[in-house]
Design a protein around this ligand. Structure first.
Ligand code: ADP
Length: 258
């Protein structure tokens, strides 16, 4: 027997309430999508002129006739243009994952991604990158995006003067927690709650010099959340930082028998 709704609201009223809620949700979704598309288009459009600017600066720098003073100016313009290039690239990334609709989830072999990162960063980094992970562990994810998450976290650790970066994976049955541990500068407590916000930087002047956009961790968070996971940080100035990412575990894909 159908359940009766409480007296204060008739069936018709409920129906129209649901209808208007749905309409509102659809509008919100559309607005969100428009904003994402705008961000994607704008950053994409900005890439071409920046590339052209950099090309011409490099051309001028290669010429010998420039005076020392002119060279200095050109170097500054170049640095700023590179900063802009990174910022625009980051914005583009953020717009891709902003709504959480661009990740393609599949079974990803974690060790493979970790090895790639280790190899990539060992070239330019004087310190150690160590891996401590179960060999045969798969997570539900988008390999390229997970690579990007790790790249952001590891390059942050390196920028924070780490000598040792450890990539530690813990298998918790349903979930997998991936930790990026460093022994770098650490982060003062008051900054921790804001770290994942867009454009947030701990030391504006210093980070600016290093070419930081303050978007790296916002990108990390939006990618991880698009994976249905979460990311958090523990840190102590002078001792180092630990960034943890939780992901869903996946079953190893069946090997195809010929
Ligand atoms: P950016 O893209 O400028 O590097 P992020 O969003 O990646 O910005 O980082 C935000 C802020 O957090 C930066 O100011 C950076 O100095 C600080 N930070 C991030 N990771 C670490 C770390 N491992 N150790 C110390 N500081 C960090």
């Amino acid at each position: 027997k159908p359940e009766r709704l409480p007296e204060l609201m008739g069936n018709n009223e409920v129906a129209s309430l649901v209808k208007s809620l749905n309409r509102m949700l659809a509008r919100l979704e559309a607005a969100w999508e428009t904003q994402g598309r705008f961000l994607a288009d704008a950053s994409h459009e900005l890439r071409t002129p920046i590339t052209a600017i950099l090309g011409h600066i490099n051309y001028l720098l290669r010429r010998t006739q420039v005076s020392e003073q002119q060279r200095e100016s050109l170097e500054i313009i170049k640095r700023e243009a590179e900063r802009m290039q990174k910022l625009v690239g980051d914005l583009l990334e953020l717009s891709k994952t902003g709504g959480g609709w661009k990740v393609e989830l599949g079974a990803v072999h974690l060790q493979t991604v970790l090895n790639e990162i280790q190899e990539e960063y060992s070239k330019s980094f004087e310190g150690q990158i160590e891996i401590e992970a179960p060999e045969d562990l798969w997570v539900l994810g988008d390999a390229e995006r997970l690579h990007q998450v790790l790249a952001n976290l590891v390059s942050n650790a390196i920028k924070a003067h780490a000598r040792r970066v450890r990539l530690v994976v813990r298998d918790l049955d349903e979930r997998v927690v991936l930790r990026v541990e460093d022994d770098g500068d650490g982060i003062p407590k008051e900054h921790l709650p804001h770290l994942f916000e867009r454009f947030y930087r701990v030391d504006k002047a210093r980070d600016r010099e290093r070419g930081g956009s303050g978007l790296g961790l916002a990108i990390v968070r939006s990618i991880v959340e698009a994976h249905g996971g979460s990311v958090w940080v523990e840190s102590e100035p002078g001792r180092g930082s630990v960034f943890s990412v939780s992901l869903r575990r996946a079953r190893a894909p069946q090997t195809q028998l010929a």
